[in-house]
Design a binder for this molecule. Structure first.
Ligand code: WT7
Length: 714
């Protein structure tokens, strides 16, 4: 088979050069450039090439003053960037501001009657809510008054939200921001247990949730998850004091979960006492934490990424303005979930800081059919669209010609969250954008606050499948394992790093500062005492390759993280759930390439002695993962194997089973402690897959490289 020969050739090449597998040479076909539509540059926020010079390295860090000046400050900063406690960078030291004032109050005078948010419920006949800046101000203040007087929330407290896409989510976020309370939103699709563990980690005693919400035509019980959350938090030593429950339909209650007297409260009832009340915004130091956003890493404990007030807000405001080209009069729709960083930065904080209209949609893209997004766009006059490759793939699959039936016009479109295949990119451009929109493929991470790699839509041509160069003020570099730079155009992949700090970078991992340094900065630092930022490149954990023109193509993660439909799941989290099943001794989770969702999870388990493989155990594993993490992590298959392929030091070789699951070349297994088991696993898994009707997906070079390096970095 051609694949095997190629694999062998690659292995040979690697052996000869003695490079790590993360550096496997990748042979892209170079894609053609696309130019922005002719009329675009004239109206663009960034249309003068001088901007590139303003943000060049010799102007660092002053270049970012341009972003800070887009905000309203109670007091201006004294120091732009303080590196004295590297790599804990501090931006805008001495400055004070309030994020809620910047996103709401400052627009009241000029734009109070303009829509801040437009919320589209999933049922198509239900009424769309238009929330003006004045109305948002009222709602935010009333809820803040409740948090202050009823809950007693104070500056620096953590309040956890487990909310889906309802307008009460941004209202709750902004109310916290107004009071200097740190919010920690957990994606609504996650399980109650996952939510509770995050409450435990953040030592958060207040939970804000909702009784139910619509998803795929059904009103789903959500409050029920609070029961699991409370239990999980208790295991971590946190007793939840209050559960505040928004109601999807005020006055009605659509949950099986009982309201516990003295602990659970309906917010709509409580709010009666706070009608018309206003809460004085706290003037916060620029470095005060604004929120936590949990993400997965290589160990079971999730990482609470702590984002700052001044640095974060300046960065999302600046990047929203220049990269998504948001003007106040645009109608902007980011079709993501606020439960992820994308929604925090680019549904709520960035767009509202710019005073534009931000659209929120409650439900799934294809409900009731694949024309839904385009009907929403037409009806609301959306002119900027933003979503993830997984959504684009799904819409293309189910309704390739749907967009042409609707009369809307996008000037820019963003894609985020995973690599987009050039083919899918072209459909997005030609069908969704009708050939008239500039596309920005934005590469970044939960930790980063905002975009790191993309093209300026009015100034830099697009290239399908490549995010582009570093964004303004970001100077990326690809390093090999030894810290040597891999130059652009070499055709070699390596570790994607950023040489400099930027205002949106997270401040630390909540409660785990050593892990922060270890995970993101230790790898390429040679002098831990250095206060010079040049000694502290940021290690992103992504593999990438740079073309001769400076554009980056992201390969995916080099660590043990699986990106399902743009949602990042930690291998270890999935595995620890599987191991909770009493018969299971060991588990390994691997990604399987999927046409629609990008990747899905498959889990391998080895049983404790004395247990026989059974369908029942497979189902128990699947159910446990579903319970602990949520349906997003539910494995496509659970494979019970006699033993896992392991290194001599006992580390499970995830890349080997990942290759089996993907019908890819398993590569060199001679260094394993138990190479003889690989063939048996392959035969068992692949023959069963084929008999279930699975058609092995033709893998791209990039996918092959990603699988070959899967789970190699720790
Ligand atoms: C990981 C971060 C950034 C917000 C959404 C996801 C992958 C992200 C791209 C892109 C290729 C991308 C990376 C990254 N990723 N954007 N445009 N092209 N890959 O945030 O959950 O923190 O995931 O998503 O692998 O490390 P996240």
């Amino acid at each position: 088979m051609a694949e095997t020969t190629e694999g062998a050739a690659q292995a040979q090449e690697i052996a000869e050069e003695e490079v790590s597998e993360a550096q496997i040479a990748v042979h892209w076909r170079e894609e053609e450039y696309y130019q922005p539509p002719e009329k675009f540059p004239a109206q663009a926020n960034a249309s003068d090439p001088a901007i590139l010079e303003r943000f060049s390295e010799e102007h660092f860090p002053e270049c970012f003053v341009e972003y800070a000046e887009m905000l309203e400050w109670d007091k201006k900063w004294d120091t732009i960037l303080d590196t004295s406690n590297a790599p804990f960078w501090k931006w805008w030291i001495g400055g004070r501001l309030n994020a809620c004032v910047n996103c709401v109050d400052r627009h009241l005078e000029a734009r109070g009657e303009k829509n801040a948010l437009i919320w589209v419920p999933e049922p198509e006949d239900a009424e769309i809510q238009e929330i003006t800046y004045a109305e948002l101000h009222r709602r935010v203040n009333e809820f803040a008054a409740l948090l202050r007087d009823f809950v007693g929330a104070k500056v620096g407290d953590r309040v956890t939200f487990h909310l889906p896409m309802v307008p009460e989510l941004p209202v709750s976020m902004l109310a916290c921001a107004r009071m200097g309370v740190i919010h920690s939103e957990v994606f609504g699709g996650f399980s109650g247990t996952a939510c509770g563990q995050r409450m435990g980690d953040a030592e958060s005693k207040i939970l804000v949730t909702v009784d139910a919400y619509y998803r795929n035509g059904e009103l789903i019980d959500h409050k029920i998850k609070a029961d699991d959350a409370i239990e999980a938090a208790r295991k971590d030593g946190i007793e939840v004091e209050k559960v505040l429950v928004w109601r999807r339909i005020p006055g009605e209650y659509h949950s099986q979960s009982e309201m516990v007297e003295g602990r659970d409260f309906f917010i709509d009832e409580l709010l009666e006492q706070y009608r018309g009340q206003e809460v004085e915004p706290e003037s916060m130091p620029a470095e005060a934490p604004l929120f936590l956003m949990y993400t997965s890493g290589t160990t079971g404990r999730p990482k609470g990424c702590q984002h700052s007030t001044g640095g974060y807000l300046s960065y999302v405001t600046g990047t929203s303005k220049y990269y998504q080209d948001i003007h106040p009069d645009d109608t902007y729709w980011c079709f993501a979930d606020i439960g992820w960083i994308t929604g925090h930065s680019y549904i709520v904080y960035g767009p509202l800081s710019l005073g534009t209209t931000s659209v929120m949609y409650e439900g799934v893209p294809t409900y009731p059919d694949a024309g839904r997004p385009w009907r929403i766009a037409e009806k609301l006059g959306v002119n900027i669209f933003h979503t993830a490759p997984t959504t684009i793939r799904m819409l293309r699959k189910l309704g390739p010609n749907e967009p042409e039936k609707y009369n809307y016009h996008f000037k820019t479109m963003t894609t985020v969250g995973e690599p987009i295949e050039p083919d899918v990119w072209r459909w997005y451009h030609e069908f969704v954008g009708k050939g008239q929109a500039a596309i920005t493929d934005t590469w970044w991470q939960t930790e980063n606050g905002g975009f790191l790699g993309s093209t300026l839509p009015g100034l830099q041509p697009m290239k399908p499948g490549s995010c582009g160069p570093g964004v303004l003020g970001i100077y990326p570099v690809i390093f090999d394992e030894n810290g040597d730079e891999i130059p652009g155009g070499s055709g070699k992949a390596g570790n994607m790093c950023i040489r400099n700090p930027w205002p949106g970078i997270f401040q630390t991992i909540w409660g785990q500062p050593e892990r922060f340094v270890e995970t993101y900065y230790a790898k390429y630092n040679n002098n831990p005492d250095s206060q010079d930022w040049r000694d502290w490149p940021y290690f992103s954990g992504d593999g990438a390759v740079q073309a001769a023109d400076g554009y980056f193509r992201i390969l995916g993660r080099v660590d043990d993280v699986i990106n399902v439909a743009g949602h990042r799941l930690g291998t270890k989290e999935i595995e620890s759930a599987a191991i909770e099943v009493e018969e299971v001794a060991e588990a390994a989770a691997v990604p399987v390439v999927d046409e629609v969702r990008g990747k899905i999870v498959e889990v391998y388990v080895a049983l404790k002695p004395g247990h026989e493989p059974s369908k029942e155990i497979e189902q128990k594993v699947s159910a446990q993962i579903n319970k602990d993490i949520g349906p997003i992590a539910r494995p496509k298959n659970v494979w019970i194997v006699a033993d896992m392929p392991k290194t001599r030091s006992g580390k499970i070789m995830r890349r080997v089973i990942a290759a089996v699951s993907n019908f890819a070349d398993v590569g060199d297994v001679t260094t394993l402690a138990n190479p003889e088991i690989v063939d048996g696993i392959r035969q068992h898994v692949q023959s069963e897959k084929l008999s279930k009707g699975e058609v092995p997906k033709e893998l791209t070079e990039k996918e092959k490289a990603e699988i070959a390096s899967y789970g190699q970095a720790e």
